[in-house]
Design a binder for this molecule. Structure first.
Ligand SMILES: [Zn+2]
Ligand SMILES: [Zn+2]
Length: 242
C-alpha cells in the first residue's frame, strides 16, 4: 500500500487540512480538508480515478474541499461513480453538495453512506470504521485499511481511548493525530499518540493533524518516550510505502 499525506494540519495554517490518500487495488481518500484537493494535484494523484472518500467526522477541517472536489469532477468530465462514507449524522449535510449549481448536473453517480463499527470491502481492500471518542456532540470514525496482509489505521480526530487501541491492534502503520502538545479534552498529545501506538502493538507511527503548537515542538522525541517503534512527523506530500 502507498500512503500520500495530502494535509497534515488543521484549518488555515501552513499545512493543508486533514487528508490522506491510500493506493491499494483501489484509490481511496481519507478526509478531504482545506487545500487537500490542490495537494492531490501536486502529488500527481488522479482525482477522477478516486473510488471512494471516507470522512472521519463533521468538523470542516476534515472535509471542506469536498465541494471543490465534486465541482472539479463535474467540470473535468468524471464518469466513474464515487462513494462517500461518513459517520452517522453527517450524511444529510453532505448530501446538500449534490444540490449546488453545476454539481447538480453531474453525469456520474455518487452515494453517501453513513457507517460505523462496520467492515466494508472494496475490491480486495477491507476498510473498517470504528467509532472513537473525540467530540461528544458528534460521531467520529477511525478507519483501518487492510490489503494483501498489511494494515494501516487512521485515527481521524480522537483522544487516546480503548476503541482507538482496539482498531489499531498489530497495525503495520498507525497515522495518529497529535494535535496539541498540552493535554486537550478532544485531541491527543504526541505522548498519548505514542502510548496508544505502543498499547496497540503498532509497528510504525505517523504523527499528523498538527496545530501550530505541535508543529513547532519536537513531537517525535515526545512520542518516543512512549513508543518503541519508528516515528515520523508527517509533512504535506510525504509518501509512505507499507
Ligand atoms: Zn474534530
Ligand atoms: Zn480536526
Amino acid at each position: 500500500m502507498k500512503v500520500t499525506m495530502l494535509g497534515t494540519g488543521t484549518t488555515i495554517n501552513k499545512r493543508a487540512g486533514a487528508s490522506l490518500h491510500v493506493q491499494t487495488d483501489r484509490s481511496i481518500i481519507f478526509d478531504i480538508g482545506p487545500r487537500s484537493a490542490w495537494n492531490m494535484e501536486l502529488a500527481g494523484i488522479e482525482r477522477n480515478a478516486a473510488d471512494a472518500i471516507f470522512i472521519s467526522h463533521g468538523h470542516a477541517d476534515h472535509y471542506s474541499d469536498i465541494l471543490l472536489f465534486f465541482f472539479d469532477a463535474v467540470t473535468s468530465g468524471r464518469d466513474e461513480s464515487l462513494d462517500i462514507y461518513c459517520p452517522p449524522g453527517l450524511g444529510k449535510p453532505l448530501g446538500a453538495i449534490k444540490s449546488f449549481p453545476i454539481i447538480d448536473k453531474a453525469e456520474f453517480t455518487s452515494s453517501i453512506r453513513e457507517i460505523t463499527n462496520k467492515k466494508i470491502t472494496l475490491g480486495s481492500t477491507d476498510i473498517t470504521a470504528k467509532e472513537v471518542v473525540h467530540d461528544p456532540a458528534i460521531h467520529s470514525n477511525a478507519y483501518r485499511i487492510e490489503h494483501e496482509g498489511k494494515s494501516i489505521v487512521y485515527s481521524g480526530d480522537s483522544i487516546k481511548c480503548k476503541e482507538l487501541i482496539e482498531i489499531s491492534k498489530g497495525a503495520d502503520l498507525v497515522i495518529f493525530e497529535a494535535a496539541h502538545v498540552k493535554p486537550h479534552p478532544k485531541h491527543m498529545t504526541p505522548q498519548e499518540a505514542g502510548e496508544a501506538a505502543q498499547e496497540a502493538g503498532a509497528k510504525k507511527l505517523v504523527l499528523t493533524h498538527l496545530y501550530p503548537d505541535s508543529d513547532e515542538a519536537d513531537i517525535v522525541s515526545m512520542a518516543k518516550k512512549k513508543f518503541s517503534g519508528d516515528i515520523i512527523k508527517a509533512e504535506d506530500l510525504m509518501e509512505i510505502e507499507i
